[in-house]
Design a protein around this ligand. Structure first.
Ligand code: SF4
Length: 381
Protein backbone atom coordinates (compact mmCIF):
# COMPACT_ATOMS: atom_id res chain seq x y z
CA UNK A 1 0.00 0.00 0.00
CA UNK A 2 1.32 3.40 -0.84
CA UNK A 3 0.77 6.58 1.17
CA UNK A 4 -1.79 7.68 -1.47
CA UNK A 5 -4.20 4.95 -0.36
CA UNK A 6 -4.12 5.87 3.32
CA UNK A 7 -6.80 7.96 5.02
CA UNK A 8 -5.73 11.62 5.45
CA UNK A 9 -5.33 11.09 9.22
CA UNK A 10 -2.74 8.34 8.72
CA UNK A 11 -0.79 9.76 5.79
CA UNK A 12 1.46 12.11 7.82
CA UNK A 13 2.25 9.31 10.27
CA UNK A 14 3.16 6.98 7.40
CA UNK A 15 5.56 9.64 6.04
CA UNK A 16 7.01 10.18 9.48
CA UNK A 17 7.68 6.46 10.01
CA UNK A 18 9.20 6.11 6.54
CA UNK A 19 11.50 9.02 7.45
CA UNK A 20 12.55 7.17 10.60
CA UNK A 21 10.83 9.55 13.03
CA UNK A 22 9.20 8.42 16.23
CA UNK A 23 5.48 8.74 16.74
CA UNK A 24 4.44 10.76 19.77
CA UNK A 25 1.94 9.72 22.45
CA UNK A 26 -0.71 11.96 20.88
CA UNK A 27 -0.12 10.36 17.51
CA UNK A 28 -0.36 6.91 19.05
CA UNK A 29 -3.72 7.90 20.53
CA UNK A 30 -4.81 9.04 17.07
CA UNK A 31 -3.80 5.64 15.73
CA UNK A 32 -6.03 3.97 18.34
CA UNK A 33 -8.84 6.25 17.16
CA UNK A 34 -8.44 5.19 13.54
CA UNK A 35 -10.48 2.40 11.95
CA UNK A 36 -8.23 2.25 8.89
CA UNK A 37 -6.87 -1.16 9.84
CA UNK A 38 -5.14 -1.77 6.52
CA UNK A 39 -3.54 1.65 6.77
CA UNK A 40 -2.23 0.84 10.24
CA UNK A 41 -0.94 -2.48 8.91
CA UNK A 42 0.83 -0.69 6.05
CA UNK A 43 2.61 1.66 8.45
CA UNK A 44 3.50 -1.20 10.79
CA UNK A 45 4.87 -3.15 7.84
CA UNK A 46 7.38 -0.41 7.08
CA UNK A 47 9.00 -0.96 10.48
CA UNK A 48 8.59 -4.75 10.43
CA UNK A 49 10.33 -5.01 7.10
CA UNK A 50 13.04 -2.52 8.02
CA UNK A 51 13.91 -4.52 11.12
CA UNK A 52 13.38 -8.08 9.96
CA UNK A 53 13.16 -8.15 6.17
CA UNK A 54 10.90 -10.92 4.99
CA UNK A 55 11.80 -13.31 7.81
CA UNK A 56 9.31 -14.38 10.46
CA UNK A 57 10.50 -16.51 13.34
CA UNK A 58 9.24 -19.04 15.84
CA UNK A 59 10.85 -20.99 18.68
CA UNK A 60 10.72 -24.72 19.38
CA UNK A 61 9.89 -24.46 23.05
CA UNK A 62 7.97 -26.09 25.86
CA UNK A 63 5.93 -24.47 28.60
CA UNK A 64 6.05 -25.89 32.09
CA UNK A 65 4.11 -24.47 35.03
CA UNK A 66 5.84 -25.82 38.12
CA UNK A 67 3.04 -24.90 40.56
CA UNK A 68 0.08 -22.58 40.74
CA UNK A 69 -0.14 -22.00 44.49
CA UNK A 70 -0.23 -18.25 44.90
CA UNK A 71 -0.48 -15.80 47.75
CA UNK A 72 -2.20 -13.22 45.51
CA UNK A 73 -5.64 -13.31 43.90
CA UNK A 74 -5.44 -11.18 40.76
CA UNK A 75 -8.92 -10.48 39.37
CA UNK A 76 -8.16 -11.72 35.86
CA UNK A 77 -6.34 -14.90 36.88
CA UNK A 78 -7.87 -18.37 36.62
CA UNK A 79 -4.49 -20.03 37.06
CA UNK A 80 -3.39 -19.09 40.59
CA UNK A 81 -4.88 -21.14 43.43
CA UNK A 82 -4.85 -21.47 47.18
CA UNK A 83 -3.56 -24.84 48.38
CA UNK A 84 -7.04 -26.04 49.38
CA UNK A 85 -8.60 -25.27 45.98
CA UNK A 86 -9.40 -28.13 43.62
CA UNK A 87 -7.34 -26.78 40.74
CA UNK A 88 -4.18 -26.28 42.85
CA UNK A 89 -1.17 -28.29 41.65
CA UNK A 90 2.55 -28.57 42.31
CA UNK A 91 5.08 -30.58 40.33
CA UNK A 92 8.16 -32.19 41.80
CA UNK A 93 11.60 -31.32 40.42
CA UNK A 94 11.91 -34.87 39.08
CA UNK A 95 8.62 -34.54 37.20
CA UNK A 96 9.65 -31.20 35.69
CA UNK A 97 13.07 -32.50 34.64
CA UNK A 98 11.49 -35.57 33.04
CA UNK A 99 9.09 -33.39 31.10
CA UNK A 100 11.96 -31.22 29.89
CA UNK A 101 14.03 -34.29 28.97
CA UNK A 102 11.14 -35.57 26.84
CA UNK A 103 10.90 -32.16 25.18
CA UNK A 104 14.62 -32.13 24.44
CA UNK A 105 14.25 -35.42 22.59
CA UNK A 106 11.73 -33.65 20.34
CA UNK A 107 14.23 -30.87 19.67
CA UNK A 108 13.07 -28.04 21.91
CA UNK A 109 15.63 -25.30 22.56
CA UNK A 110 13.86 -23.61 25.48
CA UNK A 111 11.90 -24.37 28.61
CA UNK A 112 9.56 -21.52 29.46
CA UNK A 113 8.52 -21.81 33.06
CA UNK A 114 6.35 -19.69 35.34
CA UNK A 115 4.27 -20.36 38.43
CA UNK A 116 2.35 -18.61 41.18
CA UNK A 117 3.87 -16.86 44.18
CA UNK A 118 4.32 -20.05 46.13
CA UNK A 119 4.13 -19.57 49.90
CA UNK A 120 6.35 -22.44 51.04
CA UNK A 121 8.83 -23.65 48.41
CA UNK A 122 12.41 -23.03 49.54
CA UNK A 123 15.15 -21.09 47.77
CA UNK A 124 17.20 -24.28 47.35
CA UNK A 125 14.26 -25.86 45.53
CA UNK A 126 14.28 -23.12 42.87
CA UNK A 127 18.06 -23.25 42.47
CA UNK A 128 18.08 -27.04 42.15
CA UNK A 129 15.24 -26.88 39.64
CA UNK A 130 17.00 -24.37 37.39
CA UNK A 131 20.40 -26.06 37.62
CA UNK A 132 19.01 -29.53 36.90
CA UNK A 133 17.13 -28.23 33.88
CA UNK A 134 20.21 -26.45 32.59
CA UNK A 135 22.35 -29.53 33.16
CA UNK A 136 20.22 -31.46 30.66
CA UNK A 137 22.00 -29.70 27.79
CA UNK A 138 24.41 -26.74 27.88
CA UNK A 139 22.77 -25.25 24.77
CA UNK A 140 19.33 -25.38 26.27
CA UNK A 141 17.73 -22.11 27.39
CA UNK A 142 15.91 -21.92 30.69
CA UNK A 143 13.56 -18.96 30.45
CA UNK A 144 11.65 -18.59 33.66
CA UNK A 145 9.86 -16.42 36.21
CA UNK A 146 7.98 -13.17 35.88
CA UNK A 147 9.17 -10.01 37.59
CA UNK A 148 6.66 -10.51 40.41
CA UNK A 149 7.95 -14.05 41.00
CA UNK A 150 11.47 -12.65 41.22
CA UNK A 151 10.33 -10.04 43.74
CA UNK A 152 8.58 -12.76 45.74
CA UNK A 153 11.71 -14.94 45.68
CA UNK A 154 13.88 -12.00 46.71
CA UNK A 155 11.75 -10.66 49.55
CA UNK A 156 10.12 -13.78 51.03
CA UNK A 157 12.17 -16.79 49.96
CA UNK A 158 15.85 -15.83 49.61
CA UNK A 159 15.47 -12.68 51.71
CA UNK A 160 18.07 -10.95 49.56
CA UNK A 161 18.12 -7.89 47.29
CA UNK A 162 16.78 -8.30 43.73
CA UNK A 163 20.28 -8.21 42.24
CA UNK A 164 21.64 -10.96 44.50
CA UNK A 165 18.57 -13.11 43.87
CA UNK A 166 18.98 -12.74 40.11
CA UNK A 167 22.68 -13.53 40.41
CA UNK A 168 21.92 -16.74 42.32
CA UNK A 169 19.41 -17.79 39.67
CA UNK A 170 21.76 -16.90 36.83
CA UNK A 171 24.57 -18.86 38.44
CA UNK A 172 22.17 -21.82 38.64
CA UNK A 173 21.51 -21.52 34.89
CA UNK A 174 18.68 -19.06 34.36
CA UNK A 175 19.04 -17.59 30.85
CA UNK A 176 16.10 -15.20 30.42
CA UNK A 177 13.19 -13.71 32.35
CA UNK A 178 9.66 -13.89 31.01
CA UNK A 179 7.71 -10.69 30.37
CA UNK A 180 4.60 -11.62 32.33
CA UNK A 181 3.02 -9.61 35.10
CA UNK A 182 3.17 -6.32 33.20
CA UNK A 183 -0.63 -6.34 32.64
CA UNK A 184 -1.41 -2.60 32.20
CA UNK A 185 1.08 -0.39 34.02
CA UNK A 186 -1.31 2.44 34.97
CA UNK A 187 -1.66 2.27 38.79
CA UNK A 188 -5.42 2.94 38.76
CA UNK A 189 -5.90 -0.17 36.58
CA UNK A 190 -3.49 -2.34 38.56
CA UNK A 191 -5.37 -1.43 41.71
CA UNK A 192 -8.54 -2.92 40.22
CA UNK A 193 -7.25 -5.98 38.39
CA UNK A 194 -4.20 -7.11 40.38
CA UNK A 195 -4.13 -5.38 43.75
CA UNK A 196 -1.01 -6.28 45.72
CA UNK A 197 1.07 -7.05 42.65
CA UNK A 198 4.23 -5.06 41.98
CA UNK A 199 3.96 -1.52 40.60
CA UNK A 200 5.16 -0.63 37.12
CA UNK A 201 8.37 0.77 38.61
CA UNK A 202 8.95 -2.42 40.61
CA UNK A 203 8.35 -4.54 37.49
CA UNK A 204 10.91 -2.41 35.68
CA UNK A 205 13.42 -2.58 38.53
CA UNK A 206 13.63 -6.36 38.10
CA UNK A 207 14.02 -6.18 34.31
CA UNK A 208 16.47 -3.26 34.48
CA UNK A 209 18.65 -5.10 36.96
CA UNK A 210 18.57 -8.21 34.78
CA UNK A 211 19.47 -6.16 31.70
CA UNK A 212 22.32 -4.47 33.59
CA UNK A 213 23.68 -7.96 34.23
CA UNK A 214 23.93 -8.38 30.45
CA UNK A 215 20.83 -10.55 30.25
CA UNK A 216 17.62 -10.29 28.20
CA UNK A 217 13.89 -10.48 28.79
CA UNK A 218 10.59 -9.90 27.02
CA UNK A 219 7.74 -7.48 27.78
CA UNK A 220 4.00 -8.07 27.64
CA UNK A 221 0.68 -6.26 27.85
CA UNK A 222 -2.66 -7.70 28.97
CA UNK A 223 -5.27 -5.54 27.27
CA UNK A 224 -8.94 -5.57 26.33
CA UNK A 225 -10.46 -5.27 29.81
CA UNK A 226 -11.10 -1.96 31.63
CA UNK A 227 -8.15 0.04 30.34
CA UNK A 228 -8.52 3.03 28.02
CA UNK A 229 -6.57 3.71 24.82
CA UNK A 230 -4.62 6.38 26.73
CA UNK A 231 -3.61 3.78 29.32
CA UNK A 232 -2.41 1.46 26.55
CA UNK A 233 -0.30 4.32 25.18
CA UNK A 234 1.02 4.97 28.69
CA UNK A 235 2.02 1.28 28.89
CA UNK A 236 3.84 1.47 25.54
CA UNK A 237 5.47 4.78 26.48
CA UNK A 238 6.98 3.31 29.62
CA UNK A 239 8.33 0.32 27.69
CA UNK A 240 9.82 2.51 24.96
CA UNK A 241 11.47 4.78 27.52
CA UNK A 242 12.89 1.83 29.46
CA UNK A 243 14.10 0.15 26.27
CA UNK A 244 15.97 3.36 25.39
CA UNK A 245 17.78 2.96 28.68
CA UNK A 246 18.97 -0.67 28.46
CA UNK A 247 18.03 -2.18 25.06
CA UNK A 248 17.49 -5.38 27.02
CA UNK A 249 14.00 -6.30 25.80
CA UNK A 250 14.10 -8.80 22.97
CA UNK A 251 10.45 -8.71 22.00
CA UNK A 252 7.00 -7.40 22.86
CA UNK A 253 4.09 -9.81 23.32
CA UNK A 254 0.62 -8.30 23.81
CA UNK A 255 -2.38 -10.54 24.56
CA UNK A 256 -6.08 -9.97 25.04
CA UNK A 257 -7.89 -10.62 28.30
CA UNK A 258 -9.91 -13.87 28.56
CA UNK A 259 -13.02 -13.08 30.62
CA UNK A 260 -14.31 -16.58 31.29
CA UNK A 261 -11.90 -17.32 34.11
CA UNK A 262 -12.06 -13.91 35.81
CA UNK A 263 -12.90 -13.77 39.51
CA UNK A 264 -16.16 -12.05 40.53
CA UNK A 265 -15.84 -8.27 40.33
CA UNK A 266 -14.82 -5.59 37.93
CA UNK A 267 -13.73 -7.95 35.13
CA UNK A 268 -16.94 -9.94 34.76
CA UNK A 269 -18.88 -9.99 31.48
CA UNK A 270 -16.25 -8.27 29.38
CA UNK A 271 -16.39 -9.42 25.78
CA UNK A 272 -13.17 -10.68 24.25
CA UNK A 273 -11.28 -8.24 22.04
CA UNK A 274 -12.31 -8.67 18.40
CA UNK A 275 -9.89 -9.75 15.68
CA UNK A 276 -10.01 -6.17 14.41
CA UNK A 277 -8.93 -4.81 17.80
CA UNK A 278 -6.20 -7.40 18.18
CA UNK A 279 -4.64 -6.64 14.78
CA UNK A 280 -4.94 -2.92 15.44
CA UNK A 281 -3.22 -3.22 18.81
CA UNK A 282 -0.38 -5.25 17.31
CA UNK A 283 0.09 -2.77 14.46
CA UNK A 284 0.16 0.21 16.84
CA UNK A 285 2.65 -1.56 19.10
CA UNK A 286 4.89 -2.14 16.07
CA UNK A 287 4.63 1.49 15.02
CA UNK A 288 5.16 2.99 18.47
CA UNK A 289 7.85 0.65 19.85
CA UNK A 290 10.47 1.62 17.30
CA UNK A 291 13.27 0.42 19.61
CA UNK A 292 11.89 -3.12 19.94
CA UNK A 293 13.26 -5.42 17.27
CA UNK A 294 10.45 -7.95 17.49
CA UNK A 295 6.68 -8.02 17.93
CA UNK A 296 5.28 -11.46 18.70
CA UNK A 297 1.83 -12.64 17.65
CA UNK A 298 0.88 -14.93 20.53
CA UNK A 299 -1.12 -17.66 18.80
CA UNK A 300 -2.31 -19.10 22.15
CA UNK A 301 -4.39 -15.96 22.55
CA UNK A 302 -4.99 -15.01 18.90
CA UNK A 303 -5.42 -18.48 17.43
CA UNK A 304 -3.03 -19.48 14.66
CA UNK A 305 -5.15 -18.15 11.74
CA UNK A 306 -5.24 -14.65 13.24
CA UNK A 307 -1.58 -14.82 14.30
CA UNK A 308 -0.81 -15.65 10.67
CA UNK A 309 -2.82 -12.60 9.56
CA UNK A 310 -0.89 -10.53 12.08
CA UNK A 311 2.26 -11.12 10.03
CA UNK A 312 0.83 -8.39 7.77
CA UNK A 313 0.18 -6.07 10.72
CA UNK A 314 3.65 -5.61 12.13
CA UNK A 315 4.25 -9.04 13.65
CA UNK A 316 7.50 -10.83 12.76
CA UNK A 317 7.38 -13.72 15.25
CA UNK A 318 4.79 -16.39 16.07
CA UNK A 319 6.17 -17.42 19.48
CA UNK A 320 6.61 -21.17 19.82
CA UNK A 321 5.44 -24.72 19.82
CA UNK A 322 4.64 -24.41 23.57
CA UNK A 323 3.43 -28.05 23.93
CA UNK A 324 1.20 -27.49 26.95
CA UNK A 325 -0.30 -24.10 27.78
CA UNK A 326 -2.21 -23.79 31.05
CA UNK A 327 -2.64 -20.11 31.96
CA UNK A 328 -4.80 -19.04 29.02
CA UNK A 329 -6.60 -22.34 28.78
CA UNK A 330 -7.59 -22.30 32.44
CA UNK A 331 -8.98 -18.82 31.72
CA UNK A 332 -11.14 -20.14 28.88
CA UNK A 333 -8.97 -19.98 25.73
CA UNK A 334 -10.21 -22.44 23.10
CA UNK A 335 -7.07 -22.44 20.95
CA UNK A 336 -4.99 -25.66 20.70
CA UNK A 337 -2.51 -26.60 23.41
CA UNK A 338 0.45 -26.76 21.06
CA UNK A 339 1.65 -26.22 17.50
CA UNK A 340 4.20 -28.25 15.61
CA UNK A 341 7.20 -26.57 13.99
CA UNK A 342 5.71 -27.64 10.65
CA UNK A 343 2.41 -25.86 11.38
CA UNK A 344 4.18 -22.64 12.39
CA UNK A 345 6.42 -22.75 9.33
CA UNK A 346 3.44 -23.43 7.06
CA UNK A 347 1.52 -20.49 8.53
CA UNK A 348 4.52 -18.21 7.99
CA UNK A 349 5.15 -19.43 4.47
CA UNK A 350 1.48 -19.06 3.48
CA UNK A 351 1.62 -15.44 4.63
CA UNK A 352 4.47 -14.85 2.18
CA UNK A 353 7.25 -14.74 4.75
CA UNK A 354 10.35 -16.84 5.14
CA UNK A 355 10.15 -19.04 8.26
CA UNK A 356 13.15 -19.18 10.55
CA UNK A 357 13.64 -20.92 13.86
CA UNK A 358 14.99 -18.67 16.61
CA UNK A 359 16.41 -19.06 20.10
CA UNK A 360 15.18 -17.48 23.34
CA UNK A 361 16.92 -14.19 22.58
CA UNK A 362 15.27 -14.06 19.12
CA UNK A 363 18.55 -14.94 17.38
CA UNK A 364 17.93 -16.83 14.18
CA UNK A 365 18.99 -20.46 14.33
CA UNK A 366 18.14 -21.65 10.79
CA UNK A 367 15.22 -23.38 9.17
CA UNK A 368 16.22 -26.61 10.87
CA UNK A 369 12.91 -28.38 11.03
CA UNK A 370 12.88 -31.80 9.40
CA UNK A 371 9.92 -34.07 8.67
CA UNK A 372 9.06 -36.56 11.42
CA UNK A 373 11.62 -39.34 11.80
CA UNK A 374 10.35 -42.89 11.42
CA UNK A 375 10.21 -43.25 15.20
CA UNK A 376 7.63 -40.45 15.26
CA UNK A 377 9.98 -37.87 16.73
CA UNK A 378 10.86 -34.55 15.17
CA UNK A 379 14.55 -34.39 14.32
CA UNK A 380 16.28 -31.06 14.69
CA UNK A 381 19.74 -30.64 13.21
S1 SF4 B 1 -1.57 -13.56 37.97
FE1 SF4 B 1 0.22 -14.48 38.97
S2 SF4 B 1 0.40 -13.34 40.89
FE2 SF4 B 1 -1.68 -12.97 40.15
S3 SF4 B 1 -2.94 -14.58 41.13
FE3 SF4 B 1 -2.32 -15.35 39.12
S4 SF4 B 1 -0.48 -16.55 39.54
FE4 SF4 B 1 -0.80 -15.19 41.32
Amino acid sequence: MTARLLTPALRPIFDQVVAGQRVTDDEALRLYGSNDLNGLGAIANVLRERKNGNVATYIHNQYINYANHCILSCQFCAFGAKKREAHAFEMSIDEIVEKARAGLKLGITEIHMVGGLHPTLKGEWYLELVSRLRALDPNFFVKAFTAVEIRHLASRIFKKPIRETLELLRAAGLCALTGGGAEIFAPEIRDQICRGKETAEEWWEVHRTWHEMGMRSTATMLYGHIETAAQRVDHLRRLRTWQDETRGFTGFIPFAFEAEGARPGVLQNIRHATAFEELKNLAIARIYLDNFDHITGYWVSLGLPLAQQALNYGVDDLHGTIMEEKIFHMAGATTPQHQSCAALEKAIREAGREPMQRDTWYRRIAPTWRPPAPAGELAVA
